[in-house]
Every structure is written in structure tokens, then in C-alpha cells.
Design a protein around this ligand. Structure first.
Ligand SMILES: CCCCCCCCCCCCC/C=C/[C@@H](O)[C@@H](N)CO[C@@H]1O[C@H](CO)[C@H](O)[C@H](O)[C@H]1O
Length: 526
């Protein structure tokens, strides 16, 4: 069992990762591609949500975003870190993307669902509130296995189902923007877990022997640390925090059913509300055994930590996912928080979370799929010291976890590029590369952190103190010149406008005027 009382916070560990450890940087379709209505692409729930006024910071949309649909070839070069109707143009785009990744010796790890459900499925069936999504998602996954599976060997069914369920159907901050408090998130999660399991079985039965790939799911979770490690009630509250976050999805997939503590708490509160059944749906015994074991590897997204303490929420006063947990979340004001208001840098929480996964789910193979830190929109400093510090410390805690025996096989930094940060629009930047969204060409500029991350990758870790300390210095040296280029960008943008709009317009006018003048001249002569 996980030992809650052991909280060792050791100093920096110099050493390297096991040979063959994988390194990467992540992106997602809606957040980077743009081209929202091009080449026959259907409309997704995020297209519709972002077009509604007042849903996204500054009413930003992902309509053009980083223009990744057009610029992916360039992005692959910079990433060289060491239904019924099938849209063939879309298939061609992903074909080329995958081929180009492979040509550049980058292994594609493909996420089938990163939140952009076709809007038609939302309108017709209620999206993830409806069990019919299980079959639709399975058809889609099957098509992807058929078309891309000869080249893609790592498949992730869902990215961060916690956010899909809670932010999409409980708080309504994400698409489809529904506030079905205390029921919607549980129902969505139930169907997502079933859909995941079905897709894993489809791969297992129809494709695995030919394609020899792996299918996993990517779960995101914060770490929850008891406020008082000697207080049993705080320890139990912290464990509930994790079980309602990670365990909600991981326990059915690894152990066959929802965490007991979720069944107990939601069941009791539903009873107190006078409901005949728990708001947490129930898996039949057949479903439990079908779902159990449907994970070849666990993708793990992790960004931050909370202190947790017991807090009772009497039933009947606005029941929700949040009040079902009977806990309060706290943060230490000393923790650095450079960007998103929910994101505090607490590296030691990462090692604790990884060890929790090891003890709870039988030490599965883990790929860290998302980990990173943002800065606010107005920050245009490419010398991102705080991000270098974040990556250095979080990656180091992951290394310590590997030394503890956790089976981590790879790490993906979030994110390759600044991009559309969901309800925060473009106001929070997570990228290793800065994207100038003011310029229609969306130029990319390397931040110091990408140089730093490249050094971690090429050394496969942190060889010794002297070398690691020199990395920051060297990375900052290169970012000052990029800062100058970025500062000149409005000027370049202005010059581009002059060459692309003003000059052609003036030339056209000149030609027209000359033609009119010539006509007058000829008329006079005749
Ligand atoms: C008792 C009542 C309390 C009510 C409190 C309600 C407030 C809840 C708000 C929840 C906000 C959680 C925000 C955290 C989200 C992250 O886990 C999530 N963003 C991680 O997902 C990935 O994030 C990346 C960067 O943010 C990136 O956008 C990626 O696409 C996501 O997968």
C-alpha cells in the first residue's frame, strides 16, 4: 500500500535515465491546427463553443491558432529534439504528418480524442451523455487503426477524461459547456471508460497481431498531500482527492470498478438527497471484467499539487462532484505560480504521484504525456528561467521515482508550441516555442527552455552538477538574440503588410489610372 506518512523531499539527484528512455513534446489538434472549416473538416463542439461570445478569454477562438494544418512540416523540423463520410483530405493531412515524423525519426504517439467531438454527435445524441458514443468512437478508432496503424504503434484513446467530464459537463467551462451538477460528469466518465475499453478490445482482437502496437489512456491528475501528515482525517481526505481524480478512471481500468471511496461517498450523499440510486453509475459484473486490464500503458499528465484537508459538505446544498468529495484544497503561498492560476510549481508532488500509481495499479508501464508550465500572455520574454527551473525539477523528481522502482518509460513536455489554451484562449502560453499570434504567419521563436530541454534529452538526464549548471547559462545566451528578433516582429509584420497589401493595391490602382488616362488620350486623338 502507498505510505502516506513517508514524505521524503531529497535534494537534486544527479544521474541519467535508463537507456532507451523516450523524450518528446506534445501538441493537440484543436489547440494548434487552425483551418477550422477548411478542406471539408466537420464542425466540432470546440468550434461551436469558442464561437459563442463570452465563453473564452477575450473571445479568442482556435479558428486559425498556430496554423499547424499548414505549417506542420516546419513544426516537425523544429521538433527534432533528438463515420459514414470519411474526409480523405483529413486522412491525407495525418498521413503526411505521420510520414514526416517517421522520416525525422520521431515516434508518433497518437491521441484519438483530445476533446473535439463532432458537433453533430453533440446535437443529435447529447455527446458523452449518451452511451451511443461508445460505438461511434469505436468506429472512428477502427478507421484510424486501419489507415494509420501500419505506422503508428502507440495509441492513446482519451486525453484527460477528468477535464472532459468535469469541465465539459459539471462546471461548463469547456465545450459543450453544460452544467449538469452532480450527475453530468459521472455519466460522461462512465461512457468514456466504456468507450476506451471497447477500443482497446477492438485493437486487441482485430489489429494487434498484425500491427503490434499498444493502446493506453492518458489520465491527468494533481497530487494531493495531507495538510497534516499526522492527522488520519487529512490523510483520508488527500486519498479521496486522488481517488476522485485519477482513481475515478484508473481503478476501473486496472482493477475493474470505481474506487470504493467514490461509491461510498456518492452513494451516501445520493441517499441523503432522497434519490433511489447513486448518482455514480454502476458497471455490471460483465462490464467490470470487460473493462479490467484494458491498458497496455498508462499515459500520465501532471502539472501541480494541492494540500488537502477534510471538509464536510452537507448534502442538499447544491450537490456536485466537488462537494461529493468532502474536502478542501489549499496551496502554499510560497509555491511559484508564473502563469495559469491553478498551476503551482511543486516538483516533489510528481514523485509522490508516480509512486502512488506504482502501488495502486500494479506498477504499470507509464508514459508521461503532459507536464509543463505556462506564463501570462503579456510576457514576451523568451528567456524563461522559471520554465527551465520547472522542467529541471519535475524531470528530476521523475528520475527519483524511477530509482524508487516506478516503471516510467518516456516523458513528453507540454507543449511544443504556445497554443489555444481552451477557455483561456491565447492568454496562457505553455510552449517551448513562442508563437507570435499577432502576425498572420504565426512565426515561432525558440524560448530558452527548449535549448535547456534539448540538453536534458541529449544527456538523457543530469550527468553532473557542473554540466547542468552550465546549461542554463548557455540556454539564456541564445534566447537574447531571439528576443531581439521577436521585438522586431511588429516592424516586420508592418513591412509584410506593405509588401503584401499596400504595394499590390497601389500597383492595381496605377494600372487602372493608366488605362483610364490612355482611353482619354485615344478618344482625343479620334
Ligand atoms: C466546493 C466547490 C469548489 C468548486 C471549485 C470549482 C473550480 C474547479 C475548476 C477546476 C479547474 C481545474 C483546472 C486544471 C486543469 C488541468 O488539469 C488541465 N488543464 C490539464 O489538461 C491539459 O492542460 C494543458 C495545459 O493546461 C493543455 O491545455 C492540455 O490540452 C490539457 O490536456
Amino acid at each position: 500500500d502507498f505510505d502516506w506518512t513517508k514524505n521524503e523531499r531529497s535534494s537534486f539527484y544527479y544521474g541519467t535515465f535508463p537507456t532507451g528512455f523516450s523524450w518528446g513534446a506534445g501538441t493537440s489538434a484543436y489547440q494548434t491546427e487552425g483551418a477550422w472549416n477548411i478542406d471539408g473538416k466537420g464542425i466540432s463542439i470546440w468550434d461551436v463553443f469558442a464561437h459563442k461570445k463570452g465563453k473564452i478569454f477575450s473571445n479568442d477562438t482556435g479558428d486559425s491558432s498556430c496554423e499547424g494544418y499548414y505549417k506542420f512540416k516546419m513544426d516537425i523540423v523544429i521538433n527534432a529534439l533528438s463515420g459514414e463520410h470519411i474526409n480523405e483530405k483529413g486522412i491525407k493531412y495525418y498521413d503526411e504528418l505521420i510520414n514526416m515524423l517517421l522520416e525525422n525519426k520521431i515516434t508518433p504517439v497518437v491521441t484519438l480524442y483530445h476533446w473535439d467531438l463532432p458537433q453533430v454527435l453533440q446535437e443529435k445524441y447529447g455527446g458523452w451523455q449518451n452511451v451511443s458514443m461508445v460505438n461511434y468512437f469505436n468506429d472512428f478508432a477502427n478507421l484510424c487503426f486501419e489507415r494509420f496503424g501500419n505506422r503508428v504503434k502507440y495509441w492513446i484513446t482519451f486525453n484527460n477524461p477528468w477535464s472532459i467530464a468535469v469541465e465539459g459537463f459539471e462546471t461548463g467551462e469547456h465545450a459543450p459547456g453544460l452544467k449538469l451538477k452532480g450527475t453530468g460528469a459521472y455519466k460522461a466518465a462512465h461512457h468514456i471508460i466504456k468507450a476506451h475499453a471497447k477500443v482497446w478490445h477492438t485493437y486487441d482482437v482485430q489489429w494487434r497481431s498484425k500491427q503490434k502496437g499498444l493502446v493506453g489512456i492518458s489520465l491527468t491528475a494533481d497530487w494531493g498531500e495531507p495538510v497534516d501528515i499526522t492527522n488520519q482525517r487529512d490523510i483520508e481526505a488527500a486519498e479521496r482527492y486522488i481517488q476522485f481524480y485519477l482513481g475515478w478512471f484508473a481503478t476501473p481500468i486496472f482493477n475493474g470498478d470505481y474506487p470504493q471511496v467514490m461509491k461510498d461517498y456518492i452513494g451516501r450523499k445520493s441517499g441523503q438527497q432522497g434519490l433511489g440510486a447513486s448518482r455514480l453509475p454502476v458497471f455490471s459484473s460483465q462490464e467490470k471484467s470487460y473493462i479490467k486490464g484494458t491498458c497496455d500503458f498508462l499515459g500520465l499528465g501532471h502539472f501541480t499539487t494541492r494540500y488537502v484537508t477534510q471538509k464536510n459538505y452537507p448534502s442538499g446544498l447544491g450537490d456536485s462532484y466537488f462537494t461529493d468529495r468532502d474536502l478542501a484544497e489549499l496551496v502554499d503561498p510560497q509555491w511559484p505560480d508564473p502563469g495559469s492560476e491553478w498551476l503551482y510549481s511543486v516538483p516533489w508532488g510528481f514523485r509522490r504521484l508516480l509512486n502512488f500509481v506504482k502501488t495502486q495499479y500494479g506498477n504499470p508501464m507509464i508514459y508521461v504525456t503532459e507536464n509543463g508550465v505556462s506564463e501570462k500572455m503579456l510576457c514576451t520574454d523568451l528567456c524563461d528561467n522559471w520554465r527551465m527551473q520547472y522542467f529541471k525539477d519535475y524531470i528530476n523528481e521523475m528520475l527519483k521515482a524511477i530509482k524508487d522502482g516506478v516503471n516510467v518509460k518516456g516523458y513528453t513536455a507540454w507543449s511544443l508550441l504556445d497554443n489555444f489554451e481552451w477557455d483561456e484562449g491565447f492568454s496562457e502560453r505553455f510552449g517551448l516555442y513562442y508563437v507570435d499570434f499577432r502576425n498572420k504567419n504565426k512565426p515561432r521563436y525558440p524560448k530558452a527552455s527548449v535549448q535547456f530541454y534539448k540538453r536534458i534529452i541529449s544527456s538523457n538526464g543530469f550527468p553532473n552538477q557542473r554540466e547542468v549548471e552550465s546549461w542554463k547559462r548557455k540556454s539564456v545566451e541564445t534566447c537574447s538574440s531571439s528576443n531581439q528578433l521577436l521585438a522586431a516582429d511588429p516592424l516586420i509584420g508592418h513591412m509584410e503588410m506593405v509588401t503584401e497589401i499596400v504595394v499590390p493595391t497601389v500597383c492595381t490602382l496605377c494600372i487602372l489610372l493608366s488605362a483610364v488616362f490612355l482611353m482619354f488620350l485615344l478618344r482625343g486623338r479620334l
